[in-house]
Write a protein that binds this ligand. Structure first.
Ligand code: ADP
Ligand code: GLC
Length: 491
């Protein structure tokens, strides 16, 4: 089918989290399966500077609440996938895609309403006209409403990557959306007297997906629904959980230029070098035969970073070392900084976004820690496994779906899962990891299972294919859908 994938981020330039990785990888996998796919993103500073996009003559008249803005489209290409970027420097040429210091820019509603409207205008101007608009997360959640109001001949699919961020604003901001007043009601975008963009998308998209089967179930419960569980339950027939994959070429320890030495499941000695180099790079004291635990994460309570910081002292007491790379909430950044000061040489904290160091942590740590309270999918545990670090994860969402627990008696599994949401659970997980560390043959076996597993998008593609067909009212049996052709701009 012909799909326009709309997202706020695109890896590797100006990436904040996993959404960027998905936007960079899933479209290519869909294209390989025969779909015609293009991606549209805001022209963030990182993308503009990357040189991957060039300015075109295509200009769109984008309707905004009080008029129309002329905006230029930039274009690029990755293999079979066409890339489009929406230029609006006053909105997007900023140091961060969302906001500096962990919060959102105060005009984030206007920024993403504009982007969503521009994406819809773009959809009308590319040929052949897309059959599916695939929007992602709250930033693009206005798209199903726009498509429905304009009666566009396109189906809409909306993917929830993280339900915590809903695009909620005071009722007075409804006017900024430029939608007819009747769209502000409980059946559409109104939620307890406020504007809720994500709710609107859940109700108005033809199909809704989220990024793991377990998270799809969890968000229909009060504990994980962030207030929207009843709304999601009401759409359960059209809600599908599809586990993300990873780009196995972009994430390959046998060729990753960020690693000081390469390795693969059949030749692991390079990994020892990566481990030693990581210790040296982070100033971790040689761990006397004890394991290094790595974390690469946004620093938020959802990621359980506070739990990890609390557990660190005990872990270090048992000889473990901890390497944290992340940015996020100022309070957690400070707590992490304090911990590193208290435990020099044993805990390393780097508060920055550092793509190469992240890869060196995946390739050099013995274990990879994710004590998330909630995790829609999580990609880092998959990167860790591919790079030979054994994941120690909270049993929630996509972590449940991707980390099969190691079972010594059967020699199956590739990681450790512990009960989510408490320090006691995390303590159990760390104890299990330390016990596994004392059994080198078992360690190796668990590591190899993780490295050898198929983490590609292969399994997700047919599931998306099914969702796209359902959104278009097509059955998934019968004809094979192969769309051929190229996307051309209509000026
Ligand atoms: P989320 O999207 O919730 O942050 P994911 O596990 O899906 O979690 O994806 C996070 C992505 O961001 C991964 O590619 C991870 O390597 C990357 N990442 C997170 N923090 C950093 C950091 N400080 N430096 C480099 N990469 C990071
Ligand atoms: C979100 C989620 C994360 C998921 C990513 C990509 O940021 O927090 O769990 O892996 O999106 O779907």
């Amino acid at each position: 089918m012909n799909i326009l994938f709309v997202a706020a981020e695109l890896a590797p330039h100006g990436k904040v989290g996993g959404l960027a990785d998905v936007a960079a990888a899933l479209p290519g996998a869909l294209a390989e399966a025969g779909h015609l796919v293009s991606v549209v993103v805001p022209l963030h500073r990182g993308l503009k500077k990357s040189g991957e996009f060039r300015s075109t003559h295509l200009e769109l008249q984008v309707p905004v609440a009080h008029g129309t803005w002329l905006t230029r489209v930039w274009q690029g290409r990755r293999g079979a996938v066409s890339l489009f970027a929406i230029e609006r420097d006053e909105y997007f040429d900023r140091p961060h895609p969302y906001g500096e210091g962990g919060g959102d820019y105060p005009d984030s509603l206007d920024r993403f309403v504009f982007f969503s409207r521009a994406a819809v205008e773009l959809a009308r101007h590319i040929e052949p006209v897309p059959e599916i608009l695939h929007a992602n997360d709250w930033h693009t959640a206005l798209i199903p409403a726009l498509a429905s109001v304009a009666r566009l001949p396109m189906r809409t699919v909306f993917t929830i990557h993280n339900l915590r961020y809903q695009g909620e604003f005071p009722a007075a901001d409804f006017a900024r959306l430029g939608l007819p007043a009747e769209m502000f009601r409980p059946e559409t975008l109104e939620f307890y007297g406020r504007v809720n963009l994500l709710k609107g998308a859940v109700l108005l998209a033809d199909e809704v997906t989220t990024v793991s089967p377990s998270y799809a179930r969890e968000i229909q419960t009060e504990d994980f629904g962030h207030g929207l569980h009843e709304v999601l339950k009401g759409r359960s027939e059209h809600l599908t959980g599809i586990l993300n994959g990873i780009d196995e070429e972009a994430w390959n320890p046998a060729s990753d230029p960020a690693l000081p030495s390469h390795f693969r499941s059949g030749a692991l000695s390079g990994r020892e070098e990566c481990r030693a180099a990581l210790e040296a790079e982070l100033g971790l004291e040689a761990a006397n035969g004890r394991p290094i635990f790595g974390m690469v994460t946004r620093l938020t309570p959802d990621k359980g970073v506070d739990l990890a910081l609390e557990a660190a002292e005990r872990l270090v007491g048992q000889g473990g070392r901890l390497a944290i790379l992340g940015t996020g909430e100022p309070g957690l950044e400070q707590a992490a900084r304090d911990l590193a000061k208290r435990l020099p040489g044993r805990v390393s904290v780097r508060l920055e976004h550092h793509e190469e160091l992240a890869r060196r942590i995946f390739g050099g740590a013995d274990f990879f820690l994710m004590p998330s309270r909630t995790e829609p999918c999580g990609l880092t545990q998959m990167y860790a496994m591919r790079y030979g670090a054994i994941p120690v994860v909270a049993d929630t969402g996509g972590l449940h779906d991707s980390v099969e627990p190691w079972e010594g008696s059967k020699k199956t599994g590739c990681g450790i899962r512990f009960p989510a949401g408490s320090g006691a659970g995390l303590g159990e997980g760390l104890d299990q990891a330390l016990a596994l560390w004392d059994e080198p043959a078992m360690m190796k076996s668990a590591r190899l299972h993780g490295m050898k597993r198929d983490w590609s998008w292969g399994a997700a593609v047919p599931a998306y294919d099914h969702v796209y067909r359902s959104s278009a009212g097509l059955s998934s049996s019968g004809r094979k859908h192969k769309t051929k052709g190229t996307l051309a701009c209509r000026n």
